[in-house]
Design a binder for this molecule. Structure first.
Ligand code: HSE
Length: 300
């Protein structure tokens, strides 16, 4: 039986739209058994009632893509998903499913793909690399999707960093959140984001929290997504007042994320209370960066 653990991820981190993402220590587990007849998918935990358990399942689809490429056909396939990453909340649940499926399939085919090939395939499947890259590799990943390959660099974020995620109890599809964005942005907004995202990477690489507190700013996606996350700015303000270093929309939302060193419980509660002012209930979790990405727990 093959068992894989895949981390959640937070993409964009403010200015790094579609290019920056960090793996988080919240995990989904995937078990695959090919020594079986027939086809079965079981889902436990997050999304268990509505995740497809047939050929439309995203883990299966990714596995099948890799099997077809390798002209490999298992006798049977039994897939078990144990999900802890909330679905459609901006924490990389679909990236985790895609990465889990890709890694599992790659371990089953005769001539496994390289990490670079896998990264390209999962990015093609997801459409952008910012969640799949950290889910596969771990840490903070800065990446660019070219047609032939993903150019990327992994940075290990400081381990004393806490990520407080306030997860509203409603879902927001990435498609809807992407449709809210304009096709073109003003040149000065592009310059703004280039400058801030460069400084953000340096702040996280060097553990420079003073710099981090100044550079998690965005003009190319968060302002357009404000109507999709009522209270976003007020929750940001509450987190900062409670001691957060910096704040951002996690991926395409609706989860909001605060970076902190201290006072993380207080920050989480402040975010929860601020959302409540908008009649939105949310849970919060205090997470850490994950440095490993997807790992094989069992392969026997
Ligand atoms: N970069 C993506 C977005 C992340 O903001 O739309 C969502 O998966």
């Amino acid at each position: 039986m093959l068992k894989i653990r895949i981390p959640a991820s937070t993409a964009n981190l403010g200015p790094g739209f579609d290019t920056l993402g960090m793996a988080l220590n919240l995990y989904n587990y995937l078990e695959v058994n090919t020594k079986t007849n027939g086809f079965k998918i079981e889902v436990f935990g997050e999304g268990k009632d509505y995740i497809p358990k047939d050929e439309n399942n995203i883990v299966y689809k990714m596995m099948n893509t890799i099997f077809n490429r390798a002209r490999f056909k298992p006798n049977g396939l039994s897939i078990k998903l144990e999900n802890n990453i909330p679905i459609a909340r901006g924490l990389g649940s679909s990236a985790a499913a895609i990465v889990g499926g890709a890694l599992a399939a790659n371990l089953l085919i005769p001539n496994p793909l390289s990490l670079e090939e896998l990264l390209l395939i999962v990015t093609e499947f997801e459409g952008h690399p910012d969640n799949v890259a950290p889910a596969l590799i771990g840490g903070l990943i800065s990446s660019i999707y070219t047609t032939e390959k993903i150019i990327y660099k992994k940075i290990n974020p400081p381990q004393d960093l806490n990520l407080v995620v306030a997860i509203p109890d409603y879902t927001l599809s990435t498609k809807v959140a992407r449709n809210a964005l304009p096709q073109n942005i003003p040149l000065q907004d592009a310059v703004f984001n280039i400058g801030y995202s460069t400084l953000l990477v340096l702040a996280l690489q060097e553990g420079d929290y003073n710099l981090l507190g100044q550079v998690m700013k965005d003009k190319i996606h968060q302002p357009y997504r404000l109507p999709l996350v009522p209270g976003m700015n007020e929750v940001f303000k509450a987190a900062l007042q409670a001691g957060a270093i910096s704040v951002a929309l996690s991926g395409s939302g609706p989860t909001l994320i605060a970076f902190s060193q201290n006072n993380s419980e207080i920050i989480g509660q402040a975010m929860q209370n601020a959302f409540l002012q908008y009649d939105i209930s949310c849970q919060y979790k205090i997470l850490k960066p994950d440095l490993n990405g997807a790992i094989v727990i069992n392969n026997q």
